[in-house]
Design a protein around this ligand. Structure first.
Ligand SMILES: NC(=O)c1ccc[n+]([C@@H]2O[C@H](COP(=O)([O-])OP(=O)(O)OC[C@H]3O[C@@H](n4cnc5c(N)ncnc54)[C@H](OP(=O)(O)O)[C@@H]3O)[C@@H](O)[C@H]2O)c1
Length: 297
């Protein structure tokens, strides 16, 4: 980070989705670097608990343009993140348009995994992120879209929880690999792209260092837990016809992963940060140790 220099002279960096899983990691890093931060949230009390007085809190809702206008006033850089939902396109375009009206110069968007976006038509979530990426490309600010592969802190953490409970790792296809990425690496890249003097304004496909299958996850867990953990094929639970956007999107992720689409790695994290991305093996060791410490306390 020492080579980074901001040219934003005291203007707060606005972070949407700041109280969520990835947003918290991004805000913590900006605060540690003594960058002024303004978080946009429907829950100012939660933001205060998470970040104390270290950040400005802009209360509001993506659907409320006035609150967005107030949140982006005076900012030059924006971190754009919103959850998977039927409103993702409307919400993110609303934030981006308010930011443009306020004179924002750079937008760093947390997008969907590359394999959900390209080729189009396979993922309602990926298609929604792609629509936002296209909109950003038509706007004056430099826009960088980060396309992280599946996060260790979400699907892999869930797998670890299940393995601890019942000694199995269940997946629709246990030989399908995933280039899991640690959310801390996504946050580090987001900080790099927010603070770097210049960015190239393109999409960045972020992955971890290895492609790991469910069978390999079970082997790693067997070693760390010092007991046998089995990898078992398990048919995906069918999605009901009236399932909401998020559940339909997740069902599509499961199918695409089983088809091997997430089995990819890139060198982007290493080339931007000058160090390798965190591995699945170290995430599993750390996660299991943290759970054991919690159980003992
Ligand atoms: N998990 C993965 O493997 C993966 C992979 C690739 C991409 N992604 C992308 O990552 C994003 C999700 O990130 P996450 O898991 O960190 O999110 P998250 O934990 O679900 O947090 C969602 C955030 O959005 C805010 N929010 C929701 N509705 C809002 C509204 N109407 N107005 C203002 N703020 C609102 C929430 O803030 P308040 O509740 O405080 O208002 C919260 O901070 C999605 O876009 C997803 O496509 C995830």
């Amino acid at each position: 980070m020492s080579t980074l220099r901001t040219s934003i002279a005291g203007a707060p960096i606005v972070v949407t989705g700041a109280t969520g899983k990835l947003g918290q990691l991004i805000v913590e890093r900006l605060v540690a670097l003594k960058e002024p931060v303004r978080v946009f949230t429907r829950r100012p009390d939660v933001a205060r608990k998470l970040f104390d007085e270290s950040v400005q809190v802009a209360p509001g809702d993506f659907g409320d343009r006035r609150s967005l206008d107030a949140a982006v006033r005076g900012t030059k850089r924006l971190l754009l993140l919103s959850p998977i939902s039927a409103r993702l396109v409307t919400d993110q375009i609303g934030v981006a348009d308010a930011a443009v009206a306020a004179g924002v110069e750079r937008i760093v968007k947390i997008s969907g995994s590359d394999w959900t976006i390209d080729p189009p038509g396979n993922s309602i979530s990926g298609d929604a992120h792609a629509a936002v990426e296209r909109h950003l490309a038509s706007l004056p600010p430099v826009a960088v879209s980060l396309r992280p592969n599946a996060w260790m802190q979400v699907s892999l953490a869930n797998t670890i929880r299940q393995a601890i409970a019942n000694n199995t790792v269940a997946a629709p296809k246990i030989e399908a690999g995933v280039g899991y990425i640690d959310a801390r690496d996504i946050a580090d890249v987001a900080i790099h792209q927010l603070l770097a003097e210049r960015v190239s304004g393109r999409t960045l496909n972020l992955t971890g260092p290895d492609i790991v299958t469910a069978r390999q996850v079970a082997e790693l867990l067997s070693t760390v837990l010092e007991r046998s953990v089995a990898a078992v094929d398990k048919a995906p639970v069918p999605t009901s016809h009236d399932a909401d956007f998020e559940h339909r999107a997740i069902a599509q992720f499961v199918r695409l992963i089983a088809a091997g689409r997430a089995a990819a790695t890139t060198d982007v994290v290493r080339s931007l940060l000058g160090r390798p991305p965190r591995s699945v093996a170290s995430f599993i060791s750390e996660h299991v140790a943290a759970k054991a410490a919690l159980a003992e306390s």
